[in-house]
Design a protein around this ligand. Structure first.
Ligand code: PMV
Length: 330
């Protein structure tokens, strides 16, 4: 059977950095994110007797090419997990396409493993609840579980795999927030988030950050409920800096920012003194996400496009979660 799914990337407002169970990807803390409509992955999976091995291909600049070995092994391990869960015995062909470059701190593994999970589970013919899909996606790549439910999503930290799932807290049309992704670097990052977070406990600050997260999530939920951009923005900017402070103080240290990353922060802070209500956040990469309301979006894009080192800006709005579509990639 052949199934195609589209999954959005997501930008974390309260970040996940560190696992207490690396195999099951059980996180040290809860996290909260917004799905982004312009950064997404489309994946088609077909299980069939006609295949004699699993294959993973990616559509890159319009061409179909085999996926690099390290990534394709991770994809096949996930397919194997789904085969074991469903009893499916056939090999799979997997073809995938991103709307943005991979490995640049725009969560390609999040949208990638969310689309893969929904397409592969669908292609086995078995029926899964949304919660079960989030648990499966999480084992493929932690933040992928947040790309399955709609809109604004919380992922719970819990002691067992079944309890560490993601769920929607507000739908995508709750608030006209805009995430302007400011690309300053489109190269593959040198330290993957999985590798980087392995050493989280070597930072003297990780515990303080993890202890503070429940209160941050509570305040972010209130700011989302009230649609208070200044409150939300201050909280998410501060949470991003607290995560990067942990990264930078790990041993060995991880520093994802470039000079242009810092220039974007400064330009947005300057803009705030002029009354533009916009705030920065950064995942594991150099690219900045500027969060604002629709009313400030054009000014934000204009400012960002004049900063030295900015390659391009992509304007995203809140999106639904992963879903099955009719148009297959092969
Ligand atoms: O699940 P991963 O390996 O993509 O980790 C993502 C970690 C951050 O993007 C840095 C933070 C987050 O919560 O998305």
């Amino acid at each position: 059977m052949k199934t195609t799914a589209i999954a959005p990337s997501n930008i974390a407002f309260v970040k996940y950095w560190g696992k207490f169970d690396p195999d099951l990807r059980l996180p040290l803390n809860d996290s909260l994110s917004m799905n982004t409509d312009q950064a997404f992955t489309t994946t088609t999976v077909e299980f069939s007797k006609k295949y004699t091995a699993d294959s993973v291909e990616i559509i890159f600049d319009g061409n179909l090419v085999p996926m690099a070995q390290k990534e394709s092994q991770r994809v096949i391990a996930h397919i194997e997990r789904i085969r074991q869960k469903t009893g499916c015995r056939e090999f799979a062909r997997i073809v995938t396409k991103n709307s943005f470059p991979m490995g640049v701190g725009v969560a390609s593994s999040a949208s990638g493993f969310a689309a893969l999970t929904v397409a592969a589970c669908g292609a086995t013919g078995s029926v899964f609840s949304e919660r079960e899909l989030t648990v499966l996606a999480r084992i493929g790549s932690g933040s992928a579980c947040r790309s399955i439910p709609d809109g604004f999503v919380v992922w719970k930290s819990a002691a067992t795999s079944e309890q560490s799932y993601a769920y929607s807290v507000f739908p995508q049309d709750h608030w006209n927030l805009v995430d302007t992704i400011v690309f300053v670097d489109t190269e593959e990052k040198k330290v993957s988030s999985s590798d980087g977070m392995e050493y989280v406990r070597s930072s003297p600050f990780w515990k303080a950050r993890v202890e503070g997260v429940p209160s941050t999530i509570k305040k972010v939920m209130e700011a989302l409920q009230k649609k208070d951009i200044d409150e939300l923005g201050s909280l998410i900017e501060s949470d991003a800096f607290s995560m990067h402070a942990v990264m930078m103080t790990q041993s060995p240290p991880v520093l994802y920012w470039s000079g242009a990353t810092i220039r974007v922060f400064r330009a947005i802070w300057d803009a705030r003194t002029q009354g533009i209500r916009a705030y920065c956040t950064v995942d594991a990469g150099a690219n900045v996400h500027v969060i604002c309301e629709e009313a400030s979006s054009q000014q934000v894009v204009k400012i960002c496009n004049t900063i030295e080192g900015v390659i391009k800006t992509v304007v995203c709005r809140p999106a639904p979660g992963a879903h099955i579509v009719d148009a297959h990639l092969f």
